[in-house]
Design a protein around this ligand. Structure first.
Ligand SMILES: Nc1ncnc2c1ncn2[C@@H]1O[C@H](COP(=O)(O)OP(=O)(O)OP(=O)(O)O)[C@@H](O)[C@H]1O
Ligand SMILES: [Mg+2]
Length: 344
């Protein structure tokens, strides 16, 4: 068009608006992808439970919402808010896909998976490095997608929804979040067969909390002693396990300073856990002792504390419960040397 054409002015404005839109899009994407991650060691069950509540409250009653949360799902290092966002975006898409169908069903599940590399060490499958992952899945029995759609769903602004209904950013954000967490998102879908999205997040490294502290573990149930001893050893503690009160006391009396903590069951044949604790605390009043019992009354608790027992543990106790109980008791007191010169 010649420079004097009356449309020129409008075209310049259109070009400017286009450039502004481009910048805005870049900003939105930068925002969704490169927000500094506020990571923590995260139990995905908590995030999923929260997201489920929110989704349930927004879904029409006719849509079934199911959750399968496998307990073997490893913890992950992740940003809670962003994982929540992933679940909401995927859940909303699932809702849109089942909307209008008679038996709409959305299923959120979570499990631990191992990804192997091929014999040459090359990643297989999703291109994830081999290792242990937590997998979060959101599935629906909605209208599904054909291949042409599936190829573009992660592109920013790709949408098949009407104006005002979808901007096409939901999955672009999800994919950005997966990437920034060192994970992957995958999708399986067929027209009229439904869709399932899987988010893979690398498992958090099992941090050893123990630094060689010596634990005396006493319980007349041999299986428990073996299980806890093995787990505590793996967490960095040194454990001597006993199933017999007499033997435990003999070991303790032979070397009272050889232990940093004791866990004892309450009800045992022969000498009860309470008696064992008394005996031990007579020689080592400073030793943290934990009393475990399946039947903890208020009186028993008071009795235990009066004897000098630091904590009572309700059985059955998970390994996490046990660790949460003993960790604070093993905090090493650090003596700060007195300052020689007063600090002005
Ligand atoms: N569960 C699903 N079943 C069928 N199609 C889906 C599903 N999830 C996503 N899609 C397809 O992928 C497209 C892109 O999804 P995305 O979440 O990125 O954007 P949107 O849902 O269209 O809009 P927005 O999420 O920004 O509101 C959707 O428009 C839809 O065509
Ligand atoms: Mg969406």
């Amino acid at each position: 068009m010649e420079p004097a054409h009356p449309a020129q002015e409008s075209l310049i404005e259109i070009e400017k608006a286009g450039l502004r839109a481009r910048d805005l899009v870049q900003q939105i994407l930068a925002f969704s992808r490169r927000q500094p991650l506020r990571t923590e060691i995260l139990d995905l069950r908590e995030v999923v439970t929260e997201a489920l509540k929110l989704l349930r409250s927004t879904l029409p009653a006719g849509i079934e919402l199911l959750a399968t949360l496998a307990t073997d799902t490893p913890q992950v290092v992740a940003d809670r808010t962003q994982i929540h966002q992933v679940l909401i975006n995927l859940g909303t898409n699932a809702f849109h896909a089942v909307r209008g169908s008679a038996h709409g069903r959305i299923e959120i599940s979570m499990t631990g998976v191992s990804v192997n590399s091929d014999p040459n060490g090359k990643p297989i499958g999703l291109g994830l490095p081999s290792g242990h992952y937590a997998r979060l899945s959101v599935g629906d029995n909605g209208h599904g997608m054909d291949e042409a759609t599936r190829e573009h769903i992660f592109d920013p602004f790709f949408t098949t929804k009407g104006v005002g209904e979808g901007t096409g950013l939901g999955l672009a954000v999800v994919s950005g979040i997966a990437q920034s967490h060192g994970g992957k998102i995958s999708v399986y879908s067929q027209p009229d067969k439904g869709t399932v999205f899987h988010l893979y997040l690398p498992a958090a490294p099992q941090t050893q909390t123990g630094t060689g502290q010596r634990i005396l573990y006493l319980d007349d149930e041999e299986v428990l002693v073996r299980l806890y001893a093995r787990t505590l050893e793996r967490m960095g503690y040194r454990v001597r396990g006993y199933t017999n009160s007499h033997e435990a006391l003999a070991a303790f009396n032979a070397d009272p300073s050889g232990f940093d903590l004791m866990v004892t069951d309450l009800s045992m044949p022969g000498i009860s856990g309470l008696e064992v604790a008394k005996e031990v605390l007579r020689l080592r009043p400073d030793l943290p002792v934990v009393l475990a019992s399946g039947y903890l009354t208020q009186e028993l608790r008071a009795q235990a504390l009066a004897v000098g027992i630091r904590e009572v543990l309700h059985k059955p106790a998970s390994v996490d419960d046990l660790l949460a109980t003993i960790k604070p008791l093993l905090v090493v007191a650090i003596t700060v040397p007195q300052a020689v010169h007063p600090i002005a």
